[in-house]
Write a protein that binds this ligand. Structure first.
Ligand code: FES
Length: 199
């Protein structure tokens, strides 16, 4: 693990604020971040794909690897990625906070990303979101641009709005974990949820 330590300078307080991972009930479905032999081997392979003087370019593949294994990007994983690439943790935070695909807190076991861009909005994606929340008992009232994911009390489900998912002709669309679903109107929400239960 990296020996990164925070200090009290103004710069590090920005880092601290942006590096935090609020606890969610979804954490029980993901293994905590750990630097395993497998993760080290995967990192070595990914870093080797770039010239030695450009190894910082492996930041995206490493973050994807962490999120794939652990569900989200924790402060510990940010420090680990920074140490692997010999860059400051704030540089990793900049990437994590720029791309909405990276999560800084645990989602549910079943994560819904509902497109809210024009075609989908007109096709009923806001109604779909409302129905998903109603059926999974998710309270989205605290959702914001910086904290887009809302998790159900049981931790099994989570939702967030996404921007155009590039299938505007089949609106409304959503992603469930890595699966793409088209034409998902609110009346199909229950069936969609049921198809992932016990998965
Ligand atoms: S607007 Fe939803 S996929 Fe493009």
């Amino acid at each position: 693990m990296s020996s990164y330590k925070s200090d009290s300078s103004p710069r590090s307080s920005v880092l601290k604020k942006n590096i935090e991972s609020p606890k969610t009930p979804g954490e029980k479905f993901f293994p905590p971040f750990e630097v395993t032999k497998e993760l080290e081997a995967e990192a070595k392979k990914r870093i080797a794909q770039y010239p030695a003087e450009q190894k910082r370019s492996a930041v995206l593949p490493l973050l994807h690897e962490v999120q794939h294994r652990h569900g989200f990007i924790s402060p510990e994983s940010i420090e680990w990625v920074a140490s692997k690439l010999d860059i400051a943790p704030i540089k990793v935070v900049e990437v994590v906070t720029f791309y909405p695909g990276f999560r800084q807190k645990a989602p549910g076991k079943i994560h819904f990303r509902v497109c809210r861009t024009l075609s989908c909005a007109m096709g009923g994606s806001y109604e779909l979101m409302e129905k998903l929340c109603e059926l999974t008992k998710i309270d989205r009232s605290g959702a914001s641009h910086g904290d887009a994911i809302s998790v159900s009390p049981c931790g099994e489900f989570s939702v967030e709005f996404a921007e155009c998912l590039a299938s505007c002709g089949t609106a409304p669309v959503c992603l469930v974990n890595d699966d793409f679903h088209e034409g998902v109107t609110a009346d199909k929400a229950q069936n969609l949820i049921d198809s992932y239960k016990d998965s």
